[in-house]
Design a protein around this ligand. Structure first.
Ligand SMILES: [Zn+2]
Length: 107
């Protein structure tokens, strides 16, 4: 039996992603680029997956491209910068700073 590449739980019987993370991943695809961070988190919680698992899922980095949380935050940040007329990619440091800002606002 394989372990889930996102949350590390057993139970990925026929795939490397467990049922919960599969649900979350589908929801991420649906939501990313369309909603703010707070709504994004609400949308993930609406799947019924426990909060702790969502957190683990968001922070997982199975393919080394950055965690889903950082990818989504970077997208939102770039979008925000575009709206404000600023161009350019955000460095990981910027993303971390912006993420803290966004998280504070969403609570
Ligand atoms: Zn999982």
């Amino acid at each position: 039996m394989a372990r889930c590449i996102y949350c590390g739980s057993r139970g990925g019987f026929w795939s490397e992603i467990c049922a919960d993370c599969k649900k979350l991943l589908a929801r991420v695809k649906e939501l990313r680029g369309r909603v703010g961070y707070g709504e994004f988190l609400d949308g993930l919680e609406a799947t019924g997956v426990v909060k702790g698992k969502i957190k683990t899922f968001l922070q997982a980095d199975p393919d080394g491209k950055g965690s889903i949380q950082d990818q989504v935050t970077a997208e939102m940040a770039s979008e925000l910068m575009k709206v404000m007329g600023l161009k350019g990619n955000q460095s990981p440091q910027d993303v971390k700073r912006i993420r803290k800002m966004v998280e504070k606002q969403s609570r």
